[in-house]
Design a binder for this molecule. Sequence first.
Ligand SMILES: N[C@@H](CCC(=O)N[C@@H](CS)C(=O)NCC(=O)O)C(=O)O
Ligand SMILES: N[C@@H](CCC(=O)N[C@@H](CS)C(=O)NCC(=O)O)C(=O)O
Ligand code: FES
Lengths: 104, 104
Amino acid sequence: PSLEETVKTTVAENPVVVYSKSWCSYSSEVKSLFNGLQVKPLVIELDQLGAEGSQLQNVLEKLTGQYTVPNVFIGGKHIGGCSDTVQLYNKGELEPMLAEANAK
Amino acid sequence: PSLEETVKTTVAENPVVVYSKSWCSYSSEVKSLFNGLQVKPLVIELDQLGAEGSQLQNVLEKLTGQYTVPNVFIGGKHIGGCSDTVQLYNKGELEPMLAEANAK
Ligand SMILES: N[C@@H](CCC(=O)N[C@@H](CS)C(=O)NCC(=O)O)C(=O)O
Ligand SMILES: N[C@@H](CCC(=O)N[C@@H](CS)C(=O)NCC(=O)O)C(=O)O
Ligand code: FES
C-alpha cells in the first residue's frame, strides 16, 4: 500500500493515534494527557523511522493540512496538535470522544 | 577560541541569550515570553548552524548540565529551559533579574 493508504488504515483501525517526535515536549505533553486518562494511544515516533519519517510527515500534511507534530487522530478523525487536544479536554469534549471511539 | 570560550563570551556579553531550535514550540514560547516583556534576547538557532549546532548543544550540556532547548541565560547566569523561565516569571522573579542585567 502507499504511505497514504497506510496512514488511513492506521487511523481507522486504532481508537487513538499520535504521530510524534520522541524529543518534542509538545508531543510528550499530549502523550501524558492521554496516559492520565488511562488511554493508550498508538504512538508513531516520526524521528525513529529514518527517511520514512519525513515522508510520513509530508503525507500527514497532504491528508490533514497539518505538517507539525504531535498530529492526533481519535476514532479515525483528525483532531489537530497538542493545543487543540488540550482545548478539547478543557472544554470537556475530549472524554466523550474517547468513549465513543472505545479508547478507554 | 574554542566553542566553550565562544559560549562563555556570548553569555557574558549579552543580557539575555536563548539557545533555541527554530521549529520547537517550547523555544518559541520562551522567545515570546521575552518579547512580551519588551526584551530582545540574542537568539541562537542551533538547527541552523549545521554541524556546529549539535557541537554547541554538547558544549552547553558540558557547561550547564542541560542538553535540551531552549537553554536560557540572563546576565551571564544559566537559568534553565522554558519551564524554569516561566516559573521565575510567575513568581515575579524574572523581571527583577532582567532589570539587573540591563535587558530592558
Ligand atoms: N500548536 C501546535 C504546535 C505544533 C508545532 O509547532 N510543532 C513543532 C514541534 S513542537 C513542529 O512540528 N515543528 C516542525 C517539525 O518539527 O518538523 C500544537 O499544539 O501541536
Ligand atoms: N522542561 C524543559 C524541556 C526541554 C526539552 O525537553 N526540550 C526538547 C525539545 S522541546 C529537547 O531539547 N529535546 C532534545 C533535542 O531537541 O535535541 C523546558 O521547559 O525547557
Ligand atoms: S520540539 Fe520543542 S516543543 Fe516540540
